[in-house]
Ligand binder design. Structure first.
Ligand SMILES: *[C@@H]1O[C@H](CO)[C@@H](O)[C@H](O)[C@H]1NC(C)=O
Ligand SMILES: *[C@@H]1O[C@H](CO)[C@@H](O)[C@H](O)[C@H]1NC(C)=O
Ligand SMILES: *[C@@H]1O[C@H](CO)[C@@H](O)[C@H](O)[C@H]1NC(C)=O
Ligand SMILES: *[C@@H]1O[C@H](CO)[C@@H](O)[C@H](O)[C@H]1NC(C)=O
Ligand SMILES: *[C@@H]1O[C@H](CO)[C@@H](O)[C@H](O)[C@H]1NC(C)=O
Ligand SMILES: *[C@@H]1O[C@H](CO)[C@@H](O)[C@H](O)[C@H]1NC(C)=O
Ligand SMILES: CC(=O)N[C@H]1CO[C@H](CO)[C@@H](O)[C@@H]1O
Ligand SMILES: [Cu+2]
Length: 633
């Protein structure tokens, strides 16, 4: 008797098939075994506490910080065969290709790597439940460690644990002056903490995860790498991360990510388009998406790879969740989701066909806010899965919130104020600042927009704004087939030309305006899936005005300036340059809009209609509708 196959087959059917499935004794045994091993997703039991920004925890909550590091170490050291181990929870996302919670593969899903839902209206809700499962198991370890401190520290450590949640990494807001965007504590190889047995220096569990056996990772060279890597320096089992590349890359793209996040908050008012990069391609005013922005953080953390070396784990859909940075990142993605919900409380859910298989969802299946978020069971009975609708109120459902909500009344206006201060064009707050009384932490040395130049501020009315006071906005919308290049790839926009034609260096280039990372996996071949992105150009143009290269931001002047100075490159998964004109349906088109400054800091700017400026890109390979025209003629 094949018990395992029964377990797998049964569980998928259990919700739907009981009407016609005649249970046998074997089935009953399998069902019992399954239930005994169901891991329910409950979130951390107890009251609602904020997930802190990782640097906020480091600076302000030293005991929580200690527990965070020690728990990440212990969690990652758990046996790979335990269903609640770091390894198995990370493995839900993609490889190893195994069932979780006995939730079996769909009959036509044999080419899928895991359960994660991408290019899907389920993206925000699925990852919310995923993060809740991870956090609850992480906190179980935190509590065990807190309980192991000597009596002199026991009360303090258990007190710290009792109000603790998993931290997030805000990769879009300004870091504290003089510090990198990628927190030093995520990049250091070792870290010193006050353990239950005294001060201890350990391998930093945020820097990389050590596998006890990587052979389940399916893809080469990942099956040979003993730990997770960022910007690996070789494909050999002795490879090391070139962490400095990750540090420099995040500093180089941060301003664009800030602008992309702000544009997302202020122009994406509809859940479907906000939620994922597939839907985004049907909207010009909301061409970016939460998923699209999140993809770029993935490819930038893992590194682009080259003709001789693979990108790191974060660069690949099926492998990303093993790198500890994934959890800091996805915690922030969930926070952006929550903040977005506060701005658009009447738009939630949507319906969309699944563009490709996951472990349990066949391509073409219609997905909506009531679709099961497999394999996340609501309780140990193993009968009900969470849905997007069920995870709407993150706070009361999974018992966490974010500082922006905990430190304010959580109203639309209060959260808009944080969005303006953290991500707006004149952001004044640093990552992790959300103080209730003192207001956001001031930025020590503003390095953001050159509008800080006094004479420019004076003349801003005429140079950067229309007669009615609305600020001119320019964006480059990108459409690209997500799975056309047999792996993850990157699109880079430049002001002028890149300083080098070495594709692996483009993410670090001084002339980079912004990137769009396209996250995929070898052999994913849904060629007709168009992913959309949008890279704001206004910051670059404002700098050009400040530098005297451009007279003002009127369309009459900005259009020829962009036509002469906007360039782009596409770097293939193997590190070579691809001519975007050869990628079917690829299109970069510039649009103009204006943003009426909000009446108060408690609301977001309102953008006017997006007007296409075809002439800026039409003559260049991959530019506006050249592909459409090429295929038409
Ligand atoms: C939880 O979040 C919702 C928004 O989804 C909000 O309306 C509600 O007030 C919050 N509840 C608590 C207890 O924080
Ligand atoms: C302000 O003027 C611009 C340019 O004429 C126009 O596109 C926009 O719609 C106007 N905005 C408002 C709020 O009137
Ligand atoms: C790299 O990938 C591109 C795009 O898929 C392909 O055209 C090219 O032949 C590949 N080059 C090598 C050396 O594999
Ligand atoms: C994609 O890449 C993999 C691994 O390099 C290779 O085995 C496969 O043949 C490629 N598929 C296509 C369609 O090029
Ligand atoms: C990708 O597909 C090719 C051709 O179908 C196959 O030979 C190869 O083993 C696959 N690679 C992976 C990693 O699945
Ligand atoms: C596409 O081709 C048509 C006919 O040749 C031409 O009129 C049109 O301007 C072209 N559009 C673009 C965006 O190049
Ligand atoms: C920027 C732009 O005008 N894009 C157009 C390209 O062509 C498609 C259909 O052919 C239009 O829908 C786009 O608006
Ligand atoms: Cu994901």
């Amino acid at each position: 008797m094949k018990l395992t196959s029964l377990v797998c087959g049964l569980s998928l059917m259990s919700q739907y098939a009981s009407a016609y499935h005649i249970p046998s004794l074997d089935d009953a045994a399998a069902e019992l075994e399954k239930r005994a091993s169901v891991v329910a997703t409950t979130g951390v039991p107890g009251a609602i506490y904020p997930r802190l920004e990782v640097r906020q925890m480091l600076y302000n909550k030293p005991n929580q910080w200690t527990l965070f590091i020690l728990a990440m170490q212990a969690f990652q050291a758990q046996s790979q065969s335990s269903a609640t181990s770091y390894y198995q929870i990370a493995g839900i996302h993609g490889v190893p290709r195994v069932n979780y919670n006995g939730v079996g593969q769909c009959s036509t899903c044999s080419d899928a790597d895991g359960y994660c839902t991408h290019d899907s209206v389920l993206f925000p809700g699925w990852h919310r439940a995923y993060m809740a499962l991870f956090e609850q198991q992480f906190m179980t370890v935190v509590n065990q460690i807190a309980a192991s401190y000597p009596s002199s520290q026991l009360a303090a450590m258990q007190g710290a644990a009792s109000t603790m949640r998993f931290p997030f990494w805000d990769w879009a807001a300004l870091p504290r002056s003089g510090y990198p965007t990628l927190p030093v504590v995520v990049s250091e190889k070792t870290i010193t903490v006050n353990s239950p047995t005294g001060s201890q220096t350990i391998n930093n569990p945020l820097y990389r995860h050590y596998f006890s056996d990587p052979s389940g990772l399916y893809y080469g060279p990942f099956v040979d790498w003993p730990y997770t890597l960022r910007y690996p320096n070789s494909d050999a089992s002795t490879a090391a991360s070139v962490e400095q590349s990750a540090i420099s890359a995040f500093d180089n793209i941060r301003a664009s990510m800030q602008d992309q996040v702000f544009q997302l908050f202020s122009t994406c008012s509809d859940y479907l388009h906000f939620s994922n990069d597939d839907a985004g391609s049907s909207s010009t005013s909301c061409s970016n998406s939460l998923e699209g922005i999140h993809n770029t953080i993935h490819t930038t953390a893992g590194g682009p790879g080259s003709s001789t070396v693979s990108g790191g784990h974060m660069t690949y859909l099926a492998l990303a969740a093993f790198d500890p940075i994934f959890w800091l990142h996805h915690c922030n993605v969930d926070r952006l989701f929550a903040m977005w919900q506060s701005q658009y409380p009447n738009s939630y859910g949507g319906s969309q066909p699944a563009p490709h298989d996951t472990w349990t969802i066949a391509a073409g299946t219609t997905q909506n806010a009531d679709s099961p978020l497999t394999p996340f069971y609501k309780d140990t009975a193993g009968t009900t899965f969470w849905t997007t609708n069920m995870v709407k109120n993150w706070n009361t459902t999974f018992h966490y919130t974010y500082p922006e909500f905990a430190d304010s009344d959580g109203s639309k206006g209060a959260i808009a104020s944080y969005i303006n201060k953290l991500y707006g064009p004149s952001a004044t707050a640093t990552a992790g600042s959300s103080k209730r009384t003192a207001g956001p932490e001031p930025v020590a040395a503003p390095d953001a927009l050159p509008t800080a130049a006094p004479e420019l501020v004076e003349r801003q009315g005429t140079l950067l704004a229309a007669a009615n006071g609305s600020l001119f906005q320019y964006v480059a919308n990108i459409r690209t087939p997500r799975y056309a290049l047999n792996g993850s790839y990157n699109i880079f926009l430049f002001h002028g030309s890149p300083t080098t034609e070495v594709p692996s260096q483009w993410i670090l280039d001084a002339n980079l305006i912004g990137p769009m990372g396209v996250l995929a996996q070898t052999n994913m071949t849904t060629a007709d899936l168009i992913a959309a992105g949008s890279i704001p150009l206004t910051r670059t143009l404002t700098t050009a005005v400040a530098n005297g290269q451009l007279a003002d931001l009127t369309e009459a002047n900005a259009t020829p300036y962009l036509k002469a100075n906007l360039a782009w490159r596409v770097a293939a998964p193997n590190g070579t340059e691809v001519d975007p004109g050869t990628i079917p349906d690829f299109e970069i088109a510039v649009f103009a809009s204006t943003a009426a400054p909000p009446a108060t800091q408690y609301s977001l700017p309102e953008w006017s209609a997006f007007v296409p400026l075809i002439e800026i890109t039409v003559d260049k390979s991959g530019g506006a509708n050249t592909t459409a025209n090429a295929t038409a003629t």
